[in-house]
Design a protein around this ligand. Structure first.
Ligand code: PLP
Length: 399
């Protein structure tokens, strides 16, 4: 047998193989039966295959599952959460348009607007997500897209999503929610609970890198819509920019999805327990977690989240602790590792310098050094002991 015979081997396995896990197809080339089939294939709809970049049974399976989880209809995979933000921006915005971004947004979303969108003649404005009137006042005829985040990044304020979406609906402006925190579990982004007219966002994006993967071992994003026309606009752009994902990574996310609700609930429980513990510590001025009584936007969170939250929160140290001391606190932690991202198996810590990230100090947030904690899957007792020992070194340093 030579190389030709090996490559063109006639064996086809019998049909009917069935297993709990979806099959993994790895392909750039897709083989057509005839020239006419090749000519007629349509990459825009998911009723056939044209090329690996445009979808395989494996990517379609993950897309269908994610769309269902979110309560949407259509889903596209992208190489990262940030690529999903880029995909939405580049598909929907054009020269002369304006995009509105919450002042507490995921930082790279704003950096993209500042550094890249402006080069294409697309302007942006920041709005205060905790003040719907501020958004209403900033919308203009040029506003084409409003980004939403619930809660905001790092400071964790939970906005009144219904009020924000209603304002956009009334003005005919599209809404895109970065729903990484909600993970499709905490609330229904396309059908927000409200009396009267149905209210939902037009588009969601997720960093699948976080909860759906759950293992801190890959980068991927999704874009989900309910509306077919918006989806086709985004899919065209997605196709033209060539944003593909690797089948092995898709497989890992498919595996991660099986345990997503269990991990989400477990990390939520531990995060809230540790957040409550830190509230009792004299070193801490404020705990920023929307599910805590007194958390910023707690009422808005309670009204749509059915008592669910992601396992991530921030704390503000009392102002007598210097940044250097708080940095040392972070380095003293043994189980919480210094690192970005979240929702993986290992707990993480990041000291953020809020004054460098925001145009002004956010309303309702105490002055002091901010530390964000992301809860992994370690035992709650061990994590609390780790926080306690690191706080103790801080106390010693303070004296
Ligand atoms: C991590 C994250 C992203 C970006 O995801 P990547 O896959 O790292 O690009 C976007 N939004 C939020 C809220 C995130 O936490």
């Amino acid at each position: 047998m030579n190389s030709t015979q090996i490559i063109h081997h006639k064996y086809t396995p019998p049909a009917g193989f069935n297993a709990p896990q979806a099959p993994i197809y790895k392909a750039s080339t897709v083989i057509f039966e005839s020239v006419s089939a090749m000519r007629q294939r349509d990459w825009q709809n998911k009723d056939g295959y044209t090329y690996g970049l445009h979808g395989t049974p494996t990517t379609f399976t993950l897309e269908a599952k994610l769309a269902s989880l979110e309560g949407g209809q259509h889903c596209l995979l992208t190489p990262s959460g940030l690529a999903s933000i880029a995909c939405v921006n580049l598909a929907l915005l054009t020269h002369g348009d304006e995009v509105l971004i919450p002042s507490n947004c995921y930082g790279p979303n704003l950096a993209m607007a500042k550094n890249e969108l402006t080069r294409y003649g697309i302007t942006h404005q920041l709005y205060d997500a905790m003040n719907p009137a501020d958004l209403a006042a900033k919308l203009s005829a040029r506003s084409k897209l409003v980004w939403l985040e619930a809660p905001g990044s790092v400071t964790m304020e939970f906005p009144d999503l219904v009020a924000l979406v209603r304002i956009c609906q009334e003005r005919g402006v599209m809404t895109a929610l970065d729903n990484t925190w909600g993970a499709g579990l905490a609330f229904h982004a396309f059908a927000l609970p409200t009396e009267g007219k149905p209210c939902g966002v037009d588009i969601t994006i997720h960093a699948l890198t976080k909860y759906p993967s759950g293992s801190a071992n890959l980068l991927m994003g999704s874009v989900i819509t309910k509306d077919a026309a918006i989806f086709h606009t985004i899919r065209r752009c997605h196709m033209h920019f060539g944003w593909g994902v690797a089948a092995n990574d898709v497989e890992a996310v498919l595996v991660g999805l099986h345990t997503l609700p269990l991990r989400y609930a477990a990390q939520d429980q531990v995060a809230r327990s540790l957040a409550s513990y830190l509230q009792t510590r004299c070193e801490i001025a404020q705990v920023l977690h929307p599910a805590l009584e007194g958390g910023l936007g707690h009422a808005a969170w309670a009204s749509i989240c059915a008592n669910q939250a992601a396992g991530i929160f921030s704390v503000i140290f009392k102002p007598e602790f210097t940044q250097a001391q708080v940095d040392r606190f972070c380095e003293s932690l043994q189980l919480f590792k210094l690192g970005y991202s979240w929702a993986g198996p290992m707990s993480l810590v990041v000291p953020y310098q809020l004054e460098a990230m925001r145009p002004e100090w956010p309303t309702g947030v105490a002055r002091g050094a901010l530390v964000r904690l992301c809860i992994g899957l370690e035992s709650v007792t061990d994590l609390q002991a780790d926080l306690a020992q690191a706080l103790q070194t801080l106390g010693a340093n303070a004296r």
